[in-house]
Design a protein around this ligand. Structure first.
Ligand code: PGA
Ligand code: ZN
Length: 427
């Protein structure tokens, strides 16, 4: 038994310079902190991120109401409880909120408490966080993830309208996580050289997730050609695959998708991806279609699901109700996992479980607005999920996750496994 002694929240900054919630919880074992990330191309069906909407502070983005909810509503209920009761503490907060979407307390108030409780629980049991998450989840953690590294940023993360959002490298040909992240970092620096030579200083402007955001390169084929040129220059031809996150809800208007100056129906979008997959080593496409365009998702999975991973992010929002619907419809074959889309650690683990129980993959993910909190690194290993999406191999908000994975890999030693090209077989 290790009692929660104190709990308080404070307003701190995220990687975009916007306010976010940090909580601090104490037990006999010490102080445990957790911070909330924040999306920009957030899905309509996500749990609520509570903002103050007071234009005099942080352009309306203040989180003082969420702090109040932690300090005045959540803290009195959970101080004195045993921090090892993760599920009952999460359930208590869900009931205290009482809405479908964490609309009263805010997911940004509930989630950091849930994460800090998990850290305290791990310490109470004397376990590293990933091992403790493995206990909660019911597996022995051993699987390092193949990273999806976003080295060209577009869309909302780069101030561009009607453009594909994420262009990611997956080091599937590496023997270990450590080798994979080196391959990606070397390719990233080669891409910088290529872009600088072609476009000068504006070619190497950086987007929200640390990748390059060259406004001169809008065409998807041109972007992918540049990435592959960088991979070849780094000496890794054939050892890297490509993953895309178009985040297409952002360019979906009344039934029509718009990329650059071109328009597509749902069926035409699917054919657009079929063509891309024929021309490039693409192994995964996330949110190729909009968050409520279920019919087109089913069509895409029928045409491409046998060949590549079809990941639902805004479609599923880490919510088992929507994942269940998607499994029933065969609308995808993989779920993106974001803690703050649903708001507690327990519900996040349930979402991963539902995916894995149905032989779907689960890809653990950061948000475009991040912090130094590397919880997702422990989460991905703690569930043996096998894939993580956490941005470019640059900027401390992204590197923090990769660095924690390097530590975990070292700690696991000979027990560590890296799935490489077989990343879909571990579901
Ligand atoms: P977001 O983007 O964090 O801005 O929502 C990430 C994603 O779409 O995967
Ligand atoms: Zn996405």
């Amino acid at each position: 038994m290790s009692e929660i002694q104190t709990l308080k929240a404070r307003e701190v900054l995220d990687s975009r310079g916007n306010p976010t919630v940090e909580v601090e919880l104490t037990t006999e074992q010490g102080i445990f902190r957790a911070l909330t990330p924040s999306g920009a191309s957030a899905g309509q069906h996500e749990a609520l991120e509570l903002r103050d909407n007071d234009p005099k502070r942080f352009l309306g983005k203040g989180v003082l109401k969420a702090l109040d909810n932690v300090n005045k509503k959540i803290a009195p209920k959970i101080i004195g409880l045993d921090c090892c009761f993760q599920e009952s503490i999460d359930t208590l907060m869900i009931k205290l909120d009482s809405t479908e979407n964490k609309g009263k307390l805010g997911a940004n108030a509930i989630l950091p408490v849930s994460m800090a409780v998990a850290r305290a629980g791990a310490a109470a049991k004397g376990l590293p966080l990933y091992v403790y998450i493995g206990e909660l989840y019911g597996v022995t953690p051993h699987l390092l993830p193949v990273p999806m590294c976003n080295i060209i940023n577009g869309g909302k993360h780069a101030g561009q309208e009607n453009s594909i959002q994420e262009h990611m490298l997956m080091p599937t040909g590496a023997k270990s996580f450590r080798e994979g992240i080196r391959m990606v970092a070397e390719s990233y620096h080669n891409l910088a050289k290529i872009l600088k030579k072609k476009f000068g200083a504006t070619g190497i402007l950086i987007g929200d997730e640390g990748g390059f955001a060259p406004a001169q390169v809008i065409d998807i084929s041109e972007r992918l050609d540049l990435m592959l040129e960088a991979v070849a220059a780094a000496g890794y031809e054939g050892k890297m695959k490509i993953a895309l996150d178009p985040a297409s809800s952002e360019f979906f208007y009344d039934g029509t998708y718009k990329i650059g100056d071109k328009s597509y129906s749902g069926a035409e979008m699917v054919d657009f991806y079929v063509d891309l997959c024929n021309r490039y080593p693409i192994v995964s496409i996330e949110d190729g279609l909009a968050e409520d365009d279920w019919d087109s998702w089913v069509e895409m999975t029928r045409k491409l699901g046998g060949k590549i991973q079809i990941v639902g992010d805004d479609l599923f929002v880490t919510n088992t109700k929507r994942i269940k619907k998607g499994i029933g419809l065969e609308a995808a074959n993989s779920v993106l996992i974001k803690l703050n889309q649903i708001g507690t650690v327990t519900e996040t683990l349930n979402a991963i479980k539902m995916a894995q129980d149905n032989s779907w993959t689960a890809v653990v993910s950061h948000r475009s607005g991040e912090t130094e909190d590397a919880f997702i690194a422990d989460l991905v290993v703690g569930t043996n999920a096998g894939q993580i999406k956490t941005g470019a191999p640059a900027r401390s908000d992204r590197a923090a996750k990769y660095n924690q994975l390097l530590r975990i890999e070292e700690e696991l030693g000979g027990d560590a496994e890296y799935p490489g090209i077989d990343f879909r077989d571990y579901a």
